[in-house]
Design a protein around this ligand. Structure first.
Ligand SMILES: [Zn+2]
Ligand SMILES: [Zn+2]
Length: 257
């Protein structure tokens, strides 16, 4: 059984002490591929994930400006992103979107930086990875305006069946993380049960949001199997089947063999 972690922050300082060991544990736990998210601490450094992807053939990278860091973006940022998007190890532009929970950047700046990156992804021919928190209506409005020419992922999907339907209609894949295993997540599990098989992905979002039984600890890609197991229960199938379909979906979306 092999798994793909569609979203992890391997560059995070919480991995500084044991990054190589954590990557090894992931491989030993069957995580064959990982998509390292390259938002880091924001511009000007846009290569935090790409540096890791260059060192390991099974690690792929995203590039992008997280909504938290939108206020740090300059015209040069977008030039650099357009240049980096040509790198074959860069699979997607992300995570991009809107976060009205923290409001670390002003909302109008978040919307503008989000829109500019959607345009950039369309030009570069790349899928997108969306982060949205307490901003569902605005996120969807911006996405509907731009369309989804090269596909994309709703990362750490935490909506219910209604939001899942909205995102699936736009053309998104839904990626489920550790929250799926939490006792109060019935709405998310309902959405996960109803998602078409060819739109399902799984992720850790490590070092954040560790699944049960690791909840509250630092998350790492090796824990992905816990989420896969829970998703298998929710969909009344085998974990091997979840592993196979989520791997296939990831490879198809990013044109990997
Ligand atoms: Zn996120
Ligand atoms: Zn993330």
């Amino acid at each position: 059984m092999t798994l793909v972690d569609s979203h992890c922050h391997l560059d995070d300082e919480k991995f500084d002490a044991d990054r190589d060991a954590a990557i090894e544990r992931a491989r030993a736990a069957g995580v064959a591929r990982m998509m390292a998210i390259g938002t880091g601490d924001g511009p000007p450094d846009l290569e935090t994930a790409l540096r890791l992807a260059r060192r390991h053939d099974f690690i792929y990278a995203t590039i992008g400006v997280h909504p938290h860091d939108a206020a740090k973006a300059t015209p040069e940022t977008f030039d650099t992103l357009a240049h980096l998007a040509k790198d074959p190890k860069v699979l997607a532009i992300g995570e991009i979107g809107l976060d009205y929970h923290y409001d670390f950047s002003p909302r109008d700046v978040q919307r503008s930086v989000f829109s500019q990156q959607l345009a950039l992804a369309a030009t570069a021919g790349k899928p997108i990875v969306i982060h949205t928190r307490e901003a569902w209506a605005d996120t969807l409005a911006v996405l509907r305006e731009h369309g989804l020419p090269h596909g994309g992922i709703m990362h750490c999907f935490t909506g219910g069946p209604k939001e899942a339907g909205d995102a699936l209609d736009v053309g998104f894949h839904l990626s489920f993380g550790g929250i799926l295993t939490f006792p109060k997540a019935d709405d998310i599990r309902q959405a996960a049960a109803e998602t078409p098989e060819d739109r399902l992905l799984i992720e850790t979002d490590s070092p954040y949001l560790a699944p049960i039984p690791y909840r509250g600890k630092r998350n790492e890609p090796a824990f992905l199997a816990e989420t896969a197991r829970r998703l298998a229960e929710v969909r009344q199938t085998s974990v091997e089947n979840i592993a196979a379909i989520t791997t296939q979906n990831f490879n198809r979306l990013f044109r990997l063999s």
